[in-house]
Design a protein around this ligand. Sequence first.
Ligand code: ADP
Ligand code: AIR
Ligand code: ASP
Length: 285
Amino acid sequence: MGTKRTKIYEGKAKILYEGPTSDTVVHYFKDDATAFNAEKKATIAGKGVLNNRISSHIMTKLEGIGIPTHFLRSMNMREQLTRKVEIIPVEVVVRNIAAGSLCKRLGVKEGTYLAKPLVEFYYKDDALGDPLISEDHIITFGWADPYEMEEIVAMAWRINDYLNGMFMGLGLKLVDFKVEFGRLWGEYGELYILLADEISPDTCRLWDTETGEKLDKDRFRFDLGDLVEGYQEIAKRLGLIPEGGLMKEGEINEDVASQLEEIENELAKERKFKAVKTTKKPQKN
Ligand code: ADP
Ligand code: AIR
Ligand code: ASP
């Protein structure tokens, strides 16, 4: 593969490049952080590397329990190769404990345990500020059909069940998270719904079980402390980085970072792509 790549899209947290085959896309994780529809912005060294690593790991785990995901493999510290999907323009949020916009909208006290996990939908449109919508809006405007929604909601519940257990075992409460799904057509024109985008501390709220400390992007949103410290703590508990951490004097320790990618690729080799059969297999150039 040559060094020149075609940029497909630049978002707030990632850049997408064309992959080595037409059915793949490279995700480059930036160090940029935004909040409140990009009203607040900063560049935070180490964020991209940590999110790339954490998201690869979680996607690999989810693929392991039979959730079809877009993730194919890690490429380097900041990049991963994924299947190219047609993104469904709906952000699916699952909440276990009240926080964030739920508290603001309904006056619920932060930290209130919900009687059951709450699944919400937001229309993915920055210009409109990602408004809250119902399943009926999604169907009425054709963003997804009822069959797709059934699958999406079932996957969101399973993801929540799995991640809840995983984080609980690491002394972390999964307060809420956001996921995105995409469409992929198979060999015979059949449709697969894949988990896409990322699952990272940018898209989850995670609180320490003992102390209640917030280790996720709320640190940045509400100036609660060093963002990378929180993300590193999550990565450490997931067993993705050594005790010493990834940063050295505010810079990434390149040696440590390059080892992480090897670990993830070893894990990925063990995965079997049972869930999706595409027309073209990703080929090497
Ligand atoms: P945003 O667009 O909200 O600023 P990002 O900076 O994270 O967010 O950009 C990543 C973009 O890539 C998102 O719009 C997301 O929906 C899209 N995306 C995620 N996974 C895939 C995929 N596998 N194929 C195509 N597009 C994807
Ligand atoms: N989220 C929603 N849009 C973008 C993101 N990252 C995530 C938040 C939080 C959950 O969805 O990070 O974990 C709910 O967000 P909110 O703001 O609706 O309370
Ligand atoms: N990343 C989104 C934004 O820039 C939402 C958020 O995480 O607060 O507004």
